[in-house]
Write a protein that binds this ligand. Structure first.
Ligand SMILES: Cc1cc2nc3c(=O)[nH]c(=O)nc-3n(C[C@H](O)[C@H](O)[C@H](O)COP(=O)(O)OP(=O)(O)OC[C@H]3O[C@@H](n4cnc5c(N)ncnc54)[C@H](O)[C@@H]3O)c2cc1C
Length: 635
């Protein structure tokens, strides 16, 4: 390690502050803010801790453009039950989180109205898109993708985090920002016991915090930095979300004895962003997601054809936004193409081969001028301007004189097509209908729970978990923190700043990424995965025990990388546990090639018991009855 850099904040290593709350929310992204707001509305003392700055933290910090999973809106033609079950059964082999999806499907319209009441723009109040096929004239809501069934709403999502932040402040939620949660505290310091709070360290001063709470809600999203690491080339990027989402929540829940599932599904897909080097998704011309249903032309202006879910050609632009004959509805996020079939209209799947045969000439371009006026304005302006992945692109291109009425925009990567959407589904915490984990006092929401995906999912489950946690807190005993557990965590946290000689977090993170790429990649065997587990164990014993940090920021990064290592181990254990290939989970075992055999049609769950990995299972339909369970638990 080189000399210490000058640090501009007061250093307070070792100083300790104790904070009490009824409900403690860990992570202040979409799910966390909504959990805090719901609990605060019940008049409880709520503390929210975020590693970053809540106003713009988390995956939605820079904006989002789609409010998906909203079949309960007045213009929708499908029911929440249809929305929940049909795509999971048809396009995902049954491997979906039905509880959370149904909560989202039932509640997300109410949640959107709450956001509107808080001040976020959700409809076309200026009548900019009056008469557009995707506008509902009565409500002025603008829809995306499936214009016939209308369950996904285009929104002005750059305003979402500031709106939630202001509402938290208004309701008196106590915010602890730039504060990294490092561990969960359990009754008697025991693994598997009731959660009674958490520890944290300030990322500017290094001060230590002990949060004591009757109930906690874990909302730290998913591990994002496991398979890719290249700060010098592309910056600190993950697969999709911000680098702060390093998997700390998964790691601390694991250490506390919480149960996780679908972790073998947490595969890299395309490493770190759509090009594999962490480029911004949809930042060039595209036909996918934010850019749907934009036409793509080749270098000679020849249009690339589209096909429907049955592989049949789609002749008109308008038909790209309607279900195929015989298809009830389509949904990007639920029918993302696992198993090789896309529910969503997309470019011909054999485009690459047809380019090679000379049928189309590279490069390709997004043909905005060829789109109908309303579609063009909705894509370049509303969507590209609101989506966090693309708003700087909108700003830069507009400032540089790009005119969507006249100019084509080059496509630097073939649209991943809906199967590429698979990457956004991860493993996470197991939960019941209260979104309570197997640990008393611990609730979870957003991408912290297994198969969590999307903004409306995060907000709806955050709201639900916050309410259930508040109800638990109202009847729970006073939490008692175990001082030995606190002392031991405090000692662990500060070790890297006490060393002056060793490796830094970057070196360790790139080593972990290499192990994950080589031994836990697309195709796995028992031998490969075991080598991966052994390698991570050796790294933990050797390199990780020499980690150094020169200031509180590096301390944060160092602690993150230790959590990344833990997440790698969980994924490897899960991959060892599932002894069958499974295309729905993008999980290929060369030594167990049979795809999804009947005896493996189940969730594989894992947790630590007395620090030993315990593998168990849950039936895929452990959710029981939808309507009855939802209503019983909504209380
Ligand atoms: C650029 C971009 C655009 C997107 N666009 C859309 C869209 O249009 N529609 C859609 O439905 N979805 C979209 N998504 C996905 C959506 O934003 C996420 O699904 C959603 O934000 C997940 O919510 P969450 O609360 O689980 O996690 P996040 O919102 O990411 O929040 C996690 C929070 O945990 C905090 N945290 C992490 N670790 C710690 C720690 N140790 N201590 C304290 N705090 C911690 C982070 O700082 C962060 O604030 C987009 C995602 C990205 C990255």
């Amino acid at each position: 390690m080189s000399e210490s850099v000058e640090w501009q904040y007061p250093i307070r290593y070792g100083e300790e502050t104790e904070v009490s709350a009824d409900v403690l929310v860990l992570g202040g992204g979409l799910a966390g803010c909504f959990a805090a707001i719901s609990a605060a509305r019940k008049g409880l003392k709520v503390v929210l801790v975020d590693k970053s700055c809540t106003i713009h933290s988390g995956a939605a910090g820079t904006g989002i453009d789609h409010w998906m999973g909203c079949p309960a809106n007045p213009a929708s033609k499908i029911t929440p039950k249809q929305y929940t079950l049909s795509p999971i059964e048809t396009f995902r082999g049954g491997y979906g989180n039905v509880i959370a999806t149904y909560i989202m499907a039932r509640d997300s319209y109410d949640v959107l109205l709450e956001l509107e009441k808080m001040g976020m723009k959700v409809r076309d109040t200026e009548d900019e898109f009056k008469g557009a096929e995707f506008r509902d004239e009565k409500t002025k809501l603008l829809f995306a993708y499936d214009y016939a069934n209308r369950h996904c709403i285009r929104i002005w999502g750059t305003g979402m985090k500031p709106t939630l932040y202001r509402e938290c402040k208004r309701l008196g939620v106590n915010l602890y920002e730039r504060t990294m949660v490092t561990s969960l505290l359990t009754e008697g310091g025991k693994q598997g016991a009731r959660v009674v709070g958490a520890t944290a360290v300030n990322t500017r001063t290094g001060e230590f915090y002990v949060f004591k709470a009757k109930a906690s809600v874990l909302c730290m999203c998913t591990p994002e930095r496991l398979w890719i690491f290249s700060t010098e080339w592309t910056g600190l990027v993950g697969r999709d979300g911000p680098p702060t989402n390093a998997g700390d929540g998964h790691a601390m829940a694991w250490r506390a004895g919480a149960e996780l599932t679908m972790m073998e599904r947490s595969t890299h897909e395309e490493w770190g962003g759509s090009t594999g080097i962490g480029s911004i998704m949809f930042s060039s011309g595209s036909s996918f997601a934010t850019w749907f249903p934009c036409s793509i032309v080749d270098a000679n202006g020849k249009e690339i054809p589209w096909v429907d879910t049955n592989g049949k050609p789609i002749p008109t632009i308008s038909q790209r936004t309607h279900p195929a004959p015989g298809q009830d509805f389509f949904s990007l996020v639920l029918g993302g193409g696992e198993g090789g079939t896309s529910s969503v209209p997309c470019l011909i799947p054999d485009l690459a081969e047809r380019i090679k045969r000379g049928e189309f000439a590279l490069p390709l371009y997004a043909d905005l001028p060829g789109m109908p006026e309303h579609e063009r304005r909705a894509i370049f302006g509303l969507m590209v301007g609101q989506e966090g992945h693309t708003w700087p692109v909108y700003r830069n291109l507009t400032q540089a004189g790009f005119d969507p009425d006249k100019d084509l925009l080059q496509v630097y990567e073939l649209a991943p097509a809906p199967p590429g959407w698979r990457r956004l589904r991860y493993g996470g915490l197991v939960h019941d209908w209260d979104l309570k984990t197997n640990l008393d006092g611990l609730y979870a929401a957003g991408q912290q729970i297994f198969d969590g995906c999307g903004a409306s999912h995060a907000c709806s489950t955050g709201r639900w978990a916050g309410n259930r946690a508040a109800e638990y807190a109202m009847r729970a005993d006073e939490p008692v923190v175990n001082s030995e557990q606190v002392d031991s965590e405090k000692a662990r946290v500060y070790v890297p700043i006490e060393r002056s000689d060793g490796i830094d977090w970057k070196e360790l993170e790139s080593g972990i990424a290499k192990v994950m790429q080589d031994y836990c990649g697309d195709t796995k065997t028992e031998e490969l995965i075991n080598i991966g587990l052994k390698s991570l164990g050796e790294i933990k014993e050797a390199e990780a025990s020499t980690l150094c940090a020169r200031n509180p920021h590096e301390l944060m990064r160092t602690l993150e990388v230790l959590d990344i290592l833990t997440c790698g181990e969980i994924i490897i254990h899960a991959s060892l546990a599932r002894k069958a290939s499974n295309r729905w989970l993008s999980f290929e075992r060369l030594d167990y090639p049979e795809d999804d055999p009947p005896e493996w049609r189940k969730w594989v769950t894992l947790k630590l018991e007395d620090n030993e990995v315990k593998v168990d299972e849950l039936p895929l339909d452990y959710y029981g009855s939808l309507k009855e369970s939802y209503e019983a638990h909504k209380k």
